[in-house]
Design a protein around this ligand. Sequence first.
Ligand code: AMP
Length: 289
Amino acid sequence: MASIPIIRTVAELRAVVAERRGKGERIGFVPTMGALHAGHGSLVTAARREHACVVASIFVNPLQFGPNEDLARYPRTPEADLQLLAEHGCAILFMPEVAEMYPSGAITRLHQSGLTEVLCGRSRPGHFDGVLTVVLKLLLQTQPDTAFFGRKDFQQALVIRRMVRDLDVPVEIVTCPIHREADGLAMSSRNRYLSADERSVAPGLFVALRAVNAAFLRGEHRASSLVGYGRAVLAREARWTLDYLEVRDPETLQERSAEARAGDLVAVAAKLGPARLIDNLLLGENVPA
Ligand code: AMP
């Protein structure tokens, strides 16, 4: 297997990307926080389809973690990550230290209003400012043709699309489907926090979403009832602490107060033991049973 060069500095990254561009290669970019799984792999595979050179980044971005969140214990598995990236045809890994990304004296932050104030933004103040700041930096450092994000983080992908549009960042944003375990649990680096017992409960998050979808497909369109079905599923298992389960407009993220429509976002976040898990579906979507 070809070994992947690990790049630690922005200067080196710019040089290797320029070299690949000089050969006429298109550049695809997959930003991650590491502890990679097949969901990340699917983004690299998607990028490979139309980009001879795929750059992945691994950077656990301190800016997007709140003071009581899991920054210090976020899983780090660099060797396995490198192997997964190589297996999926990634060409370059950018893995900077915090001091490279935020040299002392860096005081500029990106802020977006509106879309960032609901759902995860409400429970994680400042989170999306941190995400936007690091993603814009990574896009400026890498200058890819296309950047790939997962729909598991639906709100994140939406907020990033909006930032790219508002700031005229010359990159195409592609959002890829949610990659799931066989039992329906959305793959996530944070699933590693779960005990075996909690892991057996975790697919309940998707069960709740599917219950909402099934009710919608049966003809129940009142948003409040749909949300009630989903919350009732989670309430059956005492180990869940619900953060939110809501039906929202998939473009504006405005809450549906009356009728839900096909294509609306149903998003859920809940804590299970040490892990805060999120998932979503679009109403009427054909989801695995
Ligand atoms: P993370 O390393 O968790 O920051 O995720 C890096 C990228 O992978 C983000 O664009 C995520 O949305 C995406 N991603 C994470 N989990 C999945 C999944 N289960 N399916 C598809 N994409 C995912």
